[in-house]
Write a protein that binds this ligand. Structure first.
Ligand code: MG
Length: 380
């Protein structure tokens, strides 16, 4: 896919919105009932504009970044770097944002991803095509928050099976693990894949429980140990048959190199927000392909804007397992895009290669309604 011309950003608007989730979402380290989200609108010299979404959550219980730290990083350090600057290619954005600014990957990513979309939009091509995506439909998985009891979880999993999902991910934590996963496994039947995500809730002292989980022969167990660890995950992987998947630990290509060198896991969950944008996400994916490490696209309770980026990314070769790319209605009474993201009866989602940019229109009136703060920066 060729890029027609360089881009120059003339205006960047940052907003915080608050959207109620249709169901509260509990993980081992916290509960979300509404989502505070930073949205960014980037405008190019010729007037073309796109929306992008920051993955940061309201509290630092997933990674250190939050909505408030991302807002600060965007306003103080990152937006001044890109507004008014000319870019020849979206690959040129990450080095500009990374120079002498450590971390803040989610804040960097919202700008980097938006610039990819802007290049797609101005070249009249879909984001998926610009990223080199090939798959016209992607397998849909669902992530289930920690439920009240195993039988409640079993009912939810049975419904997911009826709806056609390809894979369920069950959030677990100490005391809400083996029985819950057993119930999920039974309710899932033969065709629905089951995996667990611990969000760093265990240590090597919990080996006995982790061995019981291993006996359930799940598709994988995601980030069982500390959020920044590789060494203990390697120790654990040696003792489990179930593949360990790393999420929180992989925040750059270097993280994946650590995982491969130490054999800390066998699968990777790729989230563009966590790794600083789409270019690093593609680099991580390429390294996964080279080392035959299966990858899949994770989710951060995104609106339809963030989902558009994930859908495009998941169409790239190397994303071989179903992603956390659920339809809009799983999270929102009304999504802020149209058409809303939908899952086909066969458990897949169509990738909009036939539409330029994100492939969905953004409902600006609804964004306006949910906005709690807004700032913009322009150049003449
Ligand atoms: Mg995870």
């Amino acid at each position: 896919m060729s890029i027609d011309r360089p881009l120059r950003l003339t205006s960047i608007e940052v907003r915080e919105i608050r959207m109620p989730l249709v169901q509260p979402y509990r993980i081992s380290s916290g509960l979300e009932t509404e989502r505070r989200i930073i949205l960014v609108r980037l405008t190019e010299e010729d007037g073309t504009c796109v929306w992008s979404e920051c993955a940061a959550m309201s509290t630092p219980n997933y990674l250190p970044e939050t909505v408030d730290t991302s807002w600060l990083a965007l306003e103080e350090w990152l937006i001044p770097r890109v507004v008014g600057r000319e870019f020849e290619h979206p690959n040129a954005v990450q080095p500009v944002l990374d120079r002498h600014i450590r971390g803040h990957n989610m804040a960097k990513a919202v700008l980097e991803m938006g610039i990819w979309a802007l290049f797609a939009e101005t070249s009249g091509t879909s984001l998926a095509e610009l990223l080199g995506g090939k798959a016209t439909a992607i397998d849909v998985g669902i992530a289930l928050g920690i439920q009240e009891r195993p039988d409640v979880l079993a009912d939810v999993v049975a419904r997911c099976r009826e709806e056609g999902y390809r894979r369920v991910k069950v959030k677990i934590g100490p005391g809400k693990d083996v029985d819950y996963l057993q119930a999920a496994r039974e309710a899932a039947g033969d065709n629905l894949l089951v995996m667990a995500d611990a969000n760093s809730a265990y240590t090597l002292a919990d080996l006995q429980i982790l061995k019981q989980i291993d006996a359930l022969k799940l598709l994988m167990i995601e980030q069982p140990l500390a959020w920044d660890d590789f060494v203990e995950h390697a120790e654990l992987q040696k003792q489990l048959e179930t593949p360990v998947c790393l999420d929180e630990s992989i925040r750059s290509v270097s993280g994946l190199q650590h995982m491969i060198a130490l054999a800390s896991g066998r699968i990777v969950n790729i989230k563009p927000g966590r790794v600083g944008g789409l270019a690093p996400a593609l680099d991580i994916c390429s390294l996964c392909v080279a080392h035959r490490v299966p990858a899949w696209c994770g989710g951060m309770l995104e609106t339809g804007i963030g989902r558009a980026y994930n859908v495009a990314l998941a169409s790239v070769e190397g994303f071989i397992l179903p992603g956390d790319i659920s339809p809009s209605r799983r999270y929102w009474a009304e999504d802020i895009v149209e058409p809303e993201w939908e899952m086909s009866e066969d458990g897949t989602m169509r990738v909009p290669f036939d539409r330029p940019g994100l492939g969905v229109a953004v409902k600006t009136d609804l964004i306006e309604k949910y906005t709690t703060r807004c700032r913009s920066r322009q150049v003449r």
